[in-house]
Design a protein around this ligand. Structure first.
Ligand SMILES: [Zn+2]
Length: 105
């Protein structure tokens, strides 16, 4: 098992779509740290804080950043740029960092 870390918004409307993403990356329960915060990867302060703890505790080898449409916390797809900068600063581009935009219908 390769530990991963997944960042998602707390919004219940995206939960099943997040599960689909976990399945796509073949991540099973117990394989990943799950960071569920308002705004997901668009919540830069919390993103940094949580990723730093995940790295120090579990040294994940894959990062999945998600942001969803119609986010009540104000996150948008443009936030991936800064989220990637923050994540690369922490992991030094040594591991794959995936971005997934979740489109609500
Ligand atoms: Zn949201």
């Amino acid at each position: 098992m390769i530990p991963a870390v997944v960042v998602t918004c707390m919004d219940y409307r995206i939960q099943s779509l997040v599960m689909d993403i976990l399945h796509k990356y073949n991540l099973k329960v117990g394989d990943y740290d799950l960071i569920a915060i308002k705004g997901g990867a668009g919540n830069f302060q919390q993103l940094q804080s949580h990723l730093e703890v995940s790295k120090s505790l579990h040294d994940p080898q894959l990062v999945i950043l998600t942001i969803h449409s119609d986010c009540g916390a104000g996150a948008s797809i443009e936030d991936f740029n800064e989220a990637l900068n923050i994540t690369k600063d922490i992991f030094h581009e040594k591991i794959p960092i995936q971005t997934e935009f979740i489109q609500l219908h």
